[in-house]
Design a protein. Sequence first.
Length: 359
Amino acid sequence: MSAAWSVAGRARCELRARWLRSVAVLALLGAAVRAPGQPFHLPTANRALFESGGGERFLVGTTGKPWTSGGFGCVRSDGRQFHEGLDIRSVERDRHGEPLDPVLATADGVVAYINRRPSLSNYGNYIVLGHRVHGLEVYSLYAHLREVSAGLKPGHPVTAGQALGVMGRTANTREGISRERAHVHFELDLLVNERFEAWFRHRFPKQRNDHGVWNGQNLVGLDPQQVFLEQRRLGARFNLLRLVQNQTELCRVFVRATQFPWLRRYAALVRSNPRAEREGVAGYEVALTFNGLPFELIPRSAAEVGGGRQAASKGSRFLLLSVNEAEAGRNPCGKLVTRRGGRWELTWQGQLALERLTY
């Protein structure tokens, strides 16, 4: 047996073992976490989000920038750079100025993934939890932890408010995170595709993927601040599924694919279309947010996509149907669409996002 074959064989075995572990965790989420959706809890003791004018005490910005750059969305590099979550400020420190804040589970769920090797990620030490809230599979991510609580492993159940670790400032970025900027980076995400590892190896054969399906590229985010504030405003009437269904649309795209994991995992986001159900589904019309979250999918028959612009692009896997120009102007950092010569087109990033979704 050659050394090269041995290394390749070990790599394949390791990838398969990691895939099997991911499948097991996803099965647990589908089968075990079916309790009625519980309200989300803030992931630290910092409650300034709910106080008048408390934004600056709740979020910490990037170096030399205002606190708003610690929020979700197109908040960095003059709106050109996307930030996937909230950077929540520390409220408890030791005598050396290091954060002591416990980081807490936002809702009941299951441990999906833990990274205890900070050199492998911009997120440093981080943990991902899976939840089922109002019938929707959703994931929370907690990054830059000083440490993860001992004993936590993928597949372990957690309860809302349970300590997951201690806030820190771990990361593998060149500039690091100063004591003054210590925070927990918190996300609420949907999982794009359980086949992500296979897609990534196919699309980027020379690049490393140290985190399997829990790679940040495979998580598409909601604005956690919107979730917390809507929940507080609506109380018992809050429904996460309705919030997702009412996201602001950036664009609509027709995808020539009829079977991909999102359709099953997020079936509640798929609208009925009797004509396509009667004549046969040729593909899906997909509404996307500026950061690529597919929040409405409509099956379309071949007859429904047989004319006009669709016919002109019959061989294309993805066809841009419409663009919300106001939203494109408000949130340019998603970079899914661009205007060339007075005509809107999908960018390379937009094509990549749709590839990842439909692989």
